[in-house]
Design a protein around this ligand. Structure first.
Ligand SMILES: [Fe+2]
Length: 558
């Protein structure tokens, strides 16, 4: 059975993946190919890449599985919320719901677009409940037989938070909290209030939070005593023409984007993050109680909150813990593609995901051809890992482009910018010269897995940079540029068997410096998608303050 999984909702993060006989072959987000960050359009480029990778045509597919219900249920739920007063009905809200419905209905929720783009197919078109797709994406890649599966996001067609009991390859629904009672919506509203892009820049709020102090009371927006939580949506959503009016009445005016960050903003970020952490912890506790399992699987956009994930792990609630790395909507393609396995009382496959390298790769010939096209001077390296480690030990900021691109929001050593984590100035250097991003956003470390325990208080098997851990106090001064202000880090532990090239780079850096840790940030400029092709990498390299680029086995220097 050959199935294609698709995320397409016109909201954010369109993506596609292809699965053969229950085994994931390839996955890519549309944004990487279209170069439009969080691209919400029909993922025609991602689908084309999936078909090309598998060497098949659309007519050979058995099923095309979307990670959303059809347009009707989304619209019906919105109408229900307006009628019951759960969401204020005003001109803008009503118009948005209607336009979204009409557009998706016209495209048969993506099915018509698929046929228009790729020709007639006998494949069955399947529309999977959004949270079920998220839940499958976490459970079927966890390797846990018995699991408490938690999905929290902005919204599905009707869901905001769900709990599932995974056992024997099946998923039983346990609890559903309907939209708009949504932790994701709560967090994205405060993201917007703080002058950032909602459904995109939530990272910035999470990074800013530790600079704030307790004291801002957000209980009128989210009640954390009502188990597991209750979002007071009418307080969050504007009832008139002035957005965020109720927040302003209580918290002062919203921050103007790009304006200075005041102490007030830091304190609001602290309070929003704190509320999110408590709500997530409450839901996880409830999931354990209701399923009787302490093997926790998380997915949904809220599960991108690595700080909250770290607290859940450190609290010792879970026996085993898996956060699906493409936790946001790009990842529903993975779950949707496996949904047919549940037909006729069938079981989901259960193969633990150990890496994120599911995207396209480019051979040496393609890379050299790009270098020649741009008439660049380059040298061929005998040992890229060792040569790169040597450069890094000398303080070079290095672009690193190797192998298959990562699926999910983090760069994990395929499309990365690397630097020396020992230099306390490196954070500022990379921020100012390369990433051009906000001063408070921390950079993440890649550890040799064997060495992680020396540096981290909790968690030594964290391959995806989606769970934070506390750096041991005595080590914080050793790797200052990847230790956040609160002593935390967002680590990637690298295994020799999984990514031998990147592991060896870290190992070689460790041999030279005594510190087997590398600063690793995604290979992109601020506001852009992570690079996909050699051309993207070359363009980004020359548009930034990076010193050198190791691309395949070639070195380009400035
Ligand atoms: Fe979602």
């Amino acid at each position: 059975m050959l199935t294609l999984g698709i995320n397409y909702s016109q909201m954010h993060d369109s993506s596609a993946c292809i699965v053969r006989a229950g085994e994931l072959l390839f996955a890519v987000a549309e944004e990487r190919i279209s170069r439009l960050k969080h691209d919400a359009g029909f993922p025609k480029n991602a689908i084309r890449a999936c078909l090309d990778f598998a060497g098949v045509r659309a007519e050979q597919l058995d099923e095309v599985c979307f990670g959303w219900q059809t347009a009707g249920p989304v619209f019906r739920h919105d109408l229900k919320c307006y009628v019951t007063g759960k969401m204020p009905l005003n001109y803008l809200n009503g118009l948005n719901s209607t336009l979204h419905f009409l557009s998706m209905w016209h495209q048969q929720s993506g099915a018509k677009r698929f046929v228009q783009q790729f020709g007639p197919t006998k494949a069955k078109m399947r529309f999977v409940d959004h949270h079920l797709a998220h839940a499958i994406s976490a459970y079927a890649y966890s390797g846990f037989d018995d699991a408490a599966v938690v999905v929290m996001d902005g919204r599905g067609a009707w869901e905001a938070t769900t709990i599932w009991h995974g056992h024997n390859g099946r998923l039983d629904p346990v609890l559903m909290i309907p939209f708009p009672d949504s932790v994701g919506h709560f967090y994205s509203t405060f993201t917007e209030f703080l002058g950032f892009q909602p459904n995109s820049d939530e990272w910035k709020v999470m990074g800013l939070a530790p600079y704030g102090k307790p004291g801002v009371d957000l209980s009128s927006f989210m009640d954390l005593k009502a188990a597991p939580y209750r979002v007071h949506t009418r307080q969050l959503i504007a009832n008139g023409t002035k957005p965020l009016a109720r927040l302003s009445a209580l918290l002062g005016p919203p921050r103007v984007p790009e304006s200075e960050i005041e102490d007030r903003h830091k304190d609001i970020a602290y309070a929003a993050q704190d509320a999110c952490e408590i709500a997530m912890m409450n839901v996880v506790r409830m999931a354990i109680e209701k399923t009787g399992s302490r093997n926790i699987c998380l997915a949904g956009g809220v599960a991108l909150n690595s700080k909250a994930n770290g607290k859940i792990l450190a609290a010792g609630l879970a026996e085993k813990f898996f956060v699906q790395p493409a936790a946001s909507d790009d990842g529903v393609a993975l779950g949707a593609a496996l949904a047919p396995c549940l037909d006729n009382n069938g079981r989901l496959p259960n193969k633990p995901m150990r890496h994120g390298y599911w995207g396209p790769s480019f051979g040496e010939e393609a890379i050299e051809s790009a270098l020649r096209t741009y008439k660049l001077r380059y040298t061929r390296l005998a040992d890229p890992a060792s040569n790169a480690a040597e450069l890094l030990s000398k303080g070079i900021i290095l672009g690193w482009f190797q192998g298959r691109m990562e699926f999910g929001p983090r760069a994990l050593g395929s499309r990365s910018i690397l630097a020396d984590p020992r230099d306390p100035e490196m954070n500022a250097k990379v921020n100012n010269a390369v990433k051009f991003r906000e001063w408070w956003r921390p950079f993440a470390p890649s550890f040799k897995k064997e060495a992680a325990g020396e540096y981290l208080e909790s968690g030594t098997d964290l391959p995806f940079m989606i769970v934070t851990a506390q750096v041991r106090p005595e080590k914080r001064g050793v790797i200052p540029s990847v230790t956040h202000v609160d002593g935390s880090a967002r680590p990637q532990t690298v295994e020799k068997e999984i990514n031998p090239l990147y592991w060896r780079l870290i190992d070689e850096f460790g041999k030279r410096t005594g510190v087997p840790v590398i600063m690793n940030t995604s290979f992109n400029l601020r506001g852009e998608a992570i690079v996909h092709t050699p051309t993207d990498a070359i363009r980004t390299f020359f548009s930034s303050g990076m010193d050198a680029l190791v691309i395949g086995s070639f070195l380009v220097e400035k």
